[in-house]
Design a protein around this ligand. Structure first.
Ligand code: CMP
Length: 140
């Protein structure tokens, strides 16, 4: 089924100027960009986005990292988009990410891991609504 998911290119990958290379992977694998914005997240925005992780030991480092520079946030649309995006990203820890995945190729560490992607269709809807108004999304 056609699904929507959130992708965030994190500050490490924006700083490395690999936005275009990451977009090419989406476009070459059936994922269309239907909304996008570059944004410097405030601490409150990052804390709210990652609220499910607020009791985890890495939460403070995660928020500090996600606010360390601009991120590129996009809504992707395509067949099986949630799982497809996660397949393209690879494992959360780049040391465990399969060869040829975004994290294997562009990430340095579990914190600076280049991209975020929604982990379920339910969370995708929540995460899309967190960053985009309906009027900012261009179905096509
Ligand atoms: P992301 O998909 O953005 O979701 C939460 C982030 O927390 C994750 O990617 C990692 O960058 C970061 N993180 C740091 N340590 C861990 C950990 N032990 N387990 C999961 N995520 C972690």
């Amino acid at each position: 089924a056609i699904e929507r998911t959130i992708s965030i290119i994190k500050p490490d990958a924006v700083a490395k100027d690999v936005i275009g290379q990451i977009y090419s992977r989406f476009e070459n694998n059936g994922l269309k960009v239907i909304a996008a914005k570059m944004k410097q997240l405030s601490r409150a925005e990052a804390e709210g986005f990652y609220a499910v992780h607020k009791e985890r030991p890495f939460f403070a480092d995660l928020v500090a990292f996600m606010t360390s520079g601009p991120v590129m946030i996009q809504v992707l649309s395509g067949d099986n988009a949630v799982a497809k995006n996660r397949e393209l990203m690879g494992a959360t820890n780049p040391k465990e990410a399969a060869a040829g995945t975004i994290r294997a190729d562009f990430a340095e560490s579990i914190d600076a891991n280049a991209v975020h992607g929604s982990d379920s269709l339910e969370n995708a809807a929540i995460e899309i609504a967190y960053f985009f108004d309906d009027s900012e999304i261009c179905p096509r």
